[in-house]
Design a protein around this ligand. Structure first.
Ligand SMILES: [Zn+2]
Length: 687
């Protein structure tokens, strides 16, 4: 057992420290680097199977995902031919390849999501559907282990020849993840065997002395580490390292590939269109010839030299997650240092207040520092979910609560906004301001975001707790319970009761099977004031380290820790370098960012100006949007008396004194009441 390592902070010092280290403190002049992660406790997840969610906020969303989203996505995958592709590749039926080149990944992602559901909700019909699907996938696998239905059906002679855009290794990674999830949920090896066979074949193909290759869309790196952890096969970890090390070489692996591809070769693209096999290379890598710029795929620099988040945002998130996974397994300090730089770059310069990333539709990704437009924000749902994946790994590397702050920010805002309350329509791009044209869609020509939703939401149990050699960590406030096996093999149950994020009270009941000495660490979010903390009803002042209160004692059955922190309504301002948010405020309460939706306002959205002195209050509306806490207050109305259509420019008019009531709802539930305008950033004025 380790003794306390934290230092006791007075509450104001703690609050100041949290402000400095939190990504919420946008624009903080200097963010301390995390301490040497090698000295951090080694953190492991509590398996999803051992975490039951019973929570007023999350249970309904998970239930909708289980009962509606999963089936909706499956039906679309069948209807659009993504599943049938496996039958065609297996030569069971005749036909052409359907859907985007990476359609296999969407099928694998569905299996991964279904497996998480099966881990906690036994469901014979769902299990049968999964097993049937796995049989169809298995039948499509070649003798040597290769499987990628696009290449098998349409371009078999181009196997591994267009790694930049054919997505074979991306699909392979999605298969590895699904296989591990399925194996861990059911104990069945059916898909794991398919995955291992492909991983073995990939390992025999790529590496020193073999073929040069990296994936244009990262994913295989993190997935190989996951497969390594599930199987113990170290070659998979080494292959992940190889793929990381191959990125950013000069000349790029992709440039060599481009030069080898036949310039006149045409291939099938979306909707049956024929394009040159070099088309996407030309579009993304050769926009400014003769330069061959592969930053779109984060191939601009060797991974250990990267400091700036560039290119396609989902790819970046998967790359950084893979780097963190390899660093976790190997202690690679070069990777860790790069990850700290990239984290600072993203969270201090390139992230929305919602925790989403990637403002531009052009590259589905990053642009320049502080370029964060609202009404055409891309903020892809997959990228927001990628922020959760990456920050979870950063937490596991460092034991630092700042990364869970970031995780929570993305989870409760950008990710959750990606799916409707009904669970059958989705955002691909997720703006922070919109007019009446925007609405979520049931499906997309490129359906990565619906399949991301299907696999992500059943997995959130993994983020709530963690454990280390010396105890248990509580990261998120989500009701339910977890069964934990301690280092000495003894068992422990922790039960959490809370009405978070609407209220700031959390009760944790800790029940070891026998009295047990260990440290319970509970995260205090970076945005929170110092909480009241009780142990069995008595106030305590535990030590604090890296965003966690630490309670070390001998625990016995029925011990209860209580936390209570006020959830204040806060006005946030952006760094003035964010031009698109200058002179505006965003409202936050707890982890939730709020927005104005037109339906709740009597004034048009672009006439609302919120005085800095306006009193804002909150109340819970049980009938609204499944039950949400709303923020209300009095704003002023700009230009109430004349039509805005009468001028483009004019002399500055006096500030209006007419007031108008406003009502703000959580951003995560916007867009569930028909087409209408929405704003996260609200024009602000002085008293
Ligand atoms: Zn997506």
């Amino acid at each position: 057992m380790l003794a306390h390592e934290g230092i006791k902070f007075e509450s104001w010092i703690f609050s100041l420290a949290m402000l400095l280290v939190s990504p919420w403190a946008v624009g903080a002049a200097k963010v301390p680097q995390a301490k040497d992660p090698q000295k951090a406790p080694r953190l492991t997840e509590i398996p999803i199977k051992q975490v039951v969610i019973d929570d007023k906020f999350w249970s309904p969303r998970q239930e909708v995902n289980r009962t509606k989203t999963l089936d909706h996505v499956y039906q679309e995958l069948e209807a659009t031919g993504s599943i049938r592709n496996f039958d065609v590749a297996a030569k069971k039926v005749a036909g052409k390849f359907s859907q985007p080149w990476w359609a296999d990944s969407d099928v694998y992602k569905w299996i991964e999501g279904a497996s998480y559901v099966l881990a906690t909700h036994p469901d014979a019909a769902l299990e049968q559907r999964v097993n049937d699907l796995i049989a169809r996938i298995s039948a499509a696998q070649e003798q040597d282990g290769y499987i990628d239905t696009h290449v098998q059906i349409e371009e078999p002679d181009l196997r591994w020849k267009d790694l930049a855009f054919f997505h074979e290794l991306f699909c392979a990674g999605s298969l590895f993840e699904a296989a591990v999830a399925h194996y861990q949920a059911t104990g069945q090896r059916s898909l794991l065997d398919v995955a291992s066979k492909l991983a073995d074949y990939s390992d025999s193909t790529f590496g020193p002395g073999k073929m040069d290759g990296i994936s244009g869309h990262e994913e295989v790196e993190l997935a190989l580490v996951r497969l390594y952890r599930a199987t113990g096969e170290r070659r998979y970890l080494q292959l992940a390292q190889y793929f990381l090390n191959g990125r950013g070489q000069k000349p790029s692996v992709f440039e060599g590939e481009y030069n080898r591809l036949p310039a006149d070769r045409m291939v099938n693209w979306l909707g049956g269109e024929r394009i040159s096999v070099r088309f996407l290379h030309d579009h993304f890598f050769r926009a400014h010839p003769p330069a061959f710029d592969t930053s779109y795929s984060q191939d601009n620099l060797p991974v250990r030299e990267q400091s700036v988040a560039v290119g396609h945002a989902v790819r970046a998130m998967y790359l950084y997650s893979g780097m963190a996974d390899v660093a976790y397994e190997t202690g690679d300090r070069g990777l860790m240092k790069a990850l700290y730089r990239l984290y600072d770059n993203v969270t201090l310069r390139r992230m929305y207040v919602t925790g989403g990333i990637g403002p531009s539709a052009k590259n589905e990704g990053f642009t320049d520092d502080y370029d964060l437009p609202n009404d055409n924000a891309y903020q892809e749902t997959c990228a927001s979910a990628g922020m959760v994946l990456w920050n979870h790994r950063m937490f596991k590397l460092t034991a630092d609560g700042r990364y869970i702050d970031s995780l929570e920010q993305s989870l409760y805002n950008a990710v959750l906004a990606g799916v409707s309350l009904e669970g059958n329509t989705f955002c691909y791009a997720t703006p922070l301001a919109c007019d009446r044209d925007f609405k979520r869609q049931p499906w997309f020509e490129v359906p990565c975001c619906p399949t991301t939703a299907a696999r992500f939401f059943p997995s959130i149990g993994r983020y709530i707790y963690a454990q280390s050699e010396d105890g248990l960590w509580v990261n998120l406030y989500i009701g339910g319970q977890a069964s934990v096996t301690l280092e000495d093999g003894s068992k422990l149950t922790v039960r959490q009761v809370t009405n978070y994020p609407w209220e700031g009270k959390i009760n944790l009941q800790v029940t070891p099977e026998k009295p047990e000495e260990f440290t319970l660490r509970v995260r205090v979010p970076g945005w929170a004031a110092w909480p009241t903390i009780t142990l069995n009803g008595e106030g305590i002042s535990p030590s604090v380290s890296k965003g966690y209160v630490q309670i070390h004692r001998q625990w016995s059955g029925g011990d209860v820790v209580g936390l209570s922190f006020p959830l204040e309504i806060e006005r946030l301002e952006a760094n003035p370098k964010v031009l698109q948010a200058r002179g505006q405020v965003a409202l936050r309460r707890g982890p939730l960012i709020y927005c104005l939706e037109q339906i709740d306002q009597t004034a048009e959205l672009d006439r609302i100006v919120l005085p800095t002195t306006a009193t804002l209050t909150e109340h819970f509306e049980p009938q609204l949007l499944g039950g949400v806490t709303v923020i209300t207050g009095q704003a002023r109305m700009r230009d109430a008396s004349s039509s805005r259509d009468q001028y483009l420019y004019r002399p500055l008019q006096p500030t209006h004194t007419e007031t108008v009531a406003i009502k703000a709802i959580p951003y995560c539930v916007w867009g569930n009441r028909g087409h209408q305008g929405m704003r996260v950033w609200i024009d602000c004025t002085g008293p």
